[in-house]
Design a protein around this ligand. Structure first.
Ligand code: NAD
Length: 489
């Protein structure tokens, strides 16, 4: 068995199929975004590994799906506990391969990932048969497990996003194949160790490492798959939806965003500016960040001055250091992409209020950037940058604010600062999957999460997760003896 040593943590670079580690002869290189150090080589999933994973998941489905939710729960509770036992390893691995802040891993991501598993194990107990009684018949409405589920996640928060899907998929009785992001695959591999130690039956949870265009594409194109749950970019989603659509396989798609951050005339400017600075978190590699600041013209100057104060104090640096607030960008290609967006915006007439270039800390660090004098139809306003780059536009009325907020093809999230009743009213008119009033990032596992327009299809969280991961079946028992008749409706 091959292993990697990353930050003194031992982790497998291989697949996990049918309860066993499986290596590939084909591998790809993994580098850390912190300092471009080579962390090791990761197994690439070939057609053979995809086939083995599907077969393992199919044969495990019989036993796992036949269990009640109550019988599956102890397995999943142990899975959550095993994640907790490896908390330090998860933190160090994801900090090293994805550049996520160690402090955020410790205090946010790992506890939440444990909850992603245990919450849905508990919530699945409510998925009992729901009776519907009519004069004619008794209906027994069941939520049955759908089958083999493919889960594909991006690099900006692999552990959190993978467990967010795995929790409900497994709790509902599906078996899963996880295809981790190739730029940050290590915590997904460690998840397999946790599942193994928890005693999940072989084949219930499988990991096939590999690149999207090769391994991922093979998985989502297979007709034996019952569901695809994807988080990632719009172009990949379109491709996946087509491949899965060819087999009429339902997809859940959580995609990018270009969410508005509204600051109304009656907003608490200090609070709004502090939250706006938070949009640089994870070096701006956050789908739900409010990246388009829309501020009332009467308070714009004060808002910018206050926000500047917060941004000047942000500490860019090594994500493994406790005091760091902004870490690296995932990949040199992504750094170039971010710089390209900024350069083209400036060429088109945008004005830099701060930032605009790489940060002196290192090659993959980018300075928090704010651009103003940007046209609504410009590239920088219309497209997701996925880096620490925000735009600022002003408005003179609520109507104008809403028109600007709704003026992109995205519709993931939003933030609205203002007097509560006023902000809530304005927020009703913003076309988006969710919007936070005078706050940011409050998420409950029971609440719906997902986007509209180009930001995605479907909702996850609470019952919404189960609606996707289950097949709903109505068993109809007539109350009177049934006689066949051609005139019956
Ligand atoms: P990406 O679409 O390039 O890749 C995401 C995953 O898809 C990776 O695992 C990749 O290997 C895989 N993939 C790529 N091509 C594939 C194919 N043809 N078939 C199957 N799988 C394939 O996205 P990314 O660059 O890794 O992530 C950033 C994007 O994710 C941003 O757009 C961001 O907004 C989005 N995102 C959305 C959410 C959300 O909840 N809405 C959360 C986090 C990130």
């Amino acid at each position: 068995m091959t292993t990697l040593q990353v930050a003194d943590i031992t982790v497998s670079p291989d697949h996990y199929i049918g309860g066993r580690r499986v290596a590939s002869s084909e591998t790809f290189e993994l580098r850390s975004p912190i300092d471009q150090q080579v962390l090791g080589r990761i197994s690439e999933g070939t057609a053979e590994h995809v086939e083995a994973a599907i077969q393992a998941a199919q044969s495990a489905f019989q036993g796992w799906s036949a269990m009640t939710a109550a019988r599956r729960k102890p397995y999943l509770d142990r899975f959550a506990q095993e994640i907790g036992k490896r908390a330090d390893a998860f933190c160090l691995l994801e900090s090293n391969d994805a550049g996520v802040l160690l402090s955020r891993m410790r205090h946010g991501v790992v506890p939440r990932s444990m909850l992603n598993i245990s919450y849905f194990a508990e919530h699945a107990l409510t998925l009992q048969e729901r009776p519907i009684e009519t004069e004619q018949a008794s209906h027994i409405v069941r939520h049955d497990p759908a089958g083999v589920t493919v889960i594909i996640t991006p690099w900006n928060s692999p552990l959190l996003l993978s467990t967010w899907k795995l929790g409900p998929a497994l709790a509902a009785g599906n078996t899963c194949i996880l295809k981790p992001p190739e730029w940050a695959p290590l915590t997904c591999s460690l998840l397999a160790d946790a599942a193994h130690a928890a005693g999940l039956p072989p084949g219930v949870f499988n990991v096939v490492q590999g690149t999207g265009a090769s391994t991922g594409a093979k998985l989502v194109s297979d007709p034996r798959i019952a569901r695809v749950s994807f988080t990632g970019s719009v172009p990949t989603a379109k491709w996946i939806a087509q491949a899965a659509g060819a087999n009429l396989v339902p997809c859940s798609l959580e995609l990018g965003g270009k969410s508005p951050f509204l600051v109304l005339e009656d907003a608490d400017i200090e609070g709004a500016a502090a939250t706006a600075a938070l949009m640089y978190r994870n070096a701006g590699q956050v789908c739900l960040a409010g990246t388009r600041i829309l501020v009332h013209e009467k308070v714009a100057e004060r808002f910018v001055a206050t926000m500047r104060g917060f941004v000047e104090n942000l500490r860019v640096g090594d994500p493994r250091e406790e005091s760091t607030e902004i870490g690296p960008i995932i990949h040199p290609r992504q750094v170039e992409r971010v710089q390209g967006f900024v350069d083209r915006a400036v060429e088109a007439g945008a004005k830099l209020l701060w930032g605009g270039t790489k940060h002196p800390y290192g090659a993959q660090y980018f300075a928090p950037t704010l651009l103003t004098n940007v046209a609504q139809d410009s590239e920088i306003v219309q497209n997701e940058v996925f880096g620490p780059v925000l735009t600022l536009q002003t408005f003179a009325s609520d109507e104008e604010a809403v028109a600007l907020a709704n003026g992109t093809d995205y519709g993931l999230g939003g933030v609205c600062y203002g007097e509560v009743a006023h902000a809530t009213e304005v927020a009703q008119a913003v076309r988006t999957g969710f919007i936070w009033i005078n706050s940011f990032g409050i998420r409950d596992l029971g609440a719906p999460f997902g986007g509209i327009k180009r930001s995605g299809i479907g909702r996850e969280g609470g019952d919404w997760s189960f609606e996707f991961f289950c097949d709903v079946k109505d068993v109809v028992v007539p109350k009177k003896p049934f006689r066949a008749s051609f005139s019956q409706r």
